[in-house]
Design a protein around this ligand. Structure first.
Ligand SMILES: [Zn+2]
Length: 266
């Protein structure tokens, strides 16, 4: 339906979803949905929740732990997981123009474990000024930072607010109002936020959805120069979700689900 009003389209999807639940089709089995979606098989056979149908925001490219050279011997214990509800932005208070960002990520990892005594690196993701995204705390069987059920790994980045939050640290120091993250870095944070929030149907501009560390803890982090760009960051994340939601493949996917359900119900 290319000419459909976007609002009507969203409403139609919501009705579709409610209808599927009501018809007991979802209880009939995720196997149907996986076959309909024709998605590449994922390890751990993740159930497809409603959010994945509402806004299928693709994961951005992530520099994995093995790619940045994480020393996995540093990890201790087993990680905790919780449903994701917000993104919290940090700065690392290190060099803003970092000559070797991966080396910095390794140093932060070592400091968090050996200096702070934590079980793993505290942040869930880190981004550099060139816009590269680094996987932070190790997750489970799901996409980076998640277990097989789509819950987020609980990091150590905002005391009292770690469970349910995705801590994204921008490499650099933005304490001064005039020193802000690069556009590429902001885009990278927006990509992480759109991916983690959009797939769970959380609007980045909703209160508390995408905030700075200082919004929940008494701290200067992520610095005045970063904090003042958060409204723009929320808009960028929201635009990414809107863009992903309007992809033709997504509309086709909904139609395919409808067809498959129609066939199933006879
Ligand atoms: Zn912070």
């Amino acid at each position: 339906m290319p000419d459909e009003d976007p609002k009507a389209r969203v409403l139609r999807r919501q009705l579709l979803w409610q209808g599927l639940v009501g018809a007991g089709v979802l209880a009939a089995g995720p196997t149907l949905f996986r076959s309909v979606l024709a998605a590449p098989p994922s390890a751990g056979a993740v159930d497809l929740g409603p959010a994945r149908l509402i806004a299928a925001v693709p994961a951005p490219p992530v520099v994995t732990r093995s790619q940045w050279g994480a020393d996995e011997r540093l990890r201790r214990g087993s990680p905790d997981f919780a449903p994701i509800r917000q993104v919290i932005v940090h700065h690392t208070v290190t060099a803003t123009q970092e000559p070797d960002p991966a080396a910095r990520v390794r140093a932060i990892h070592a400091f968090h474990v050996q200096g702070n005594g934590w079980s793993d690196i505290g942040y869930n993701f880190l981004v550099d000024q060139a816009g590269r995204i680094y996987e932070g705390r190790a997750g489970g069987a799901g996409p980076p930072g998640e277990d097989g059920a789509g819950r987020g790994v609980v990091g150590a980045h905002a005391e009292g607010h770690n469970a349910g939050s995705v801590g994204v640290a921008i490499l650099g120091t933005f304490t001064e109002d005039g020193v802000t993250p690069s556009d590429a870095a902001l885009d990278a944070v927006a990509a992480v936020a759109a991916w983690k929030l959009g797939t769970r149907d959380i609007d980045p501009v909703a209160p508390g959805a995408l905030i700075g560390h200082r919004d929940v803890v008494s701290t200067g982090c992520p610095g005045a120069g970063c904090q003042r760009r958060l409204p723009e960051l929320r808009d960028r994340a929201r635009a990414r979700i809107a863009g992903a939601s309007s992809q033709p493949e997504d509309g086709g996917l909904i139609e395919e689900v409808l067809e498959a359900v129609g066939g199933l119900l006879g």
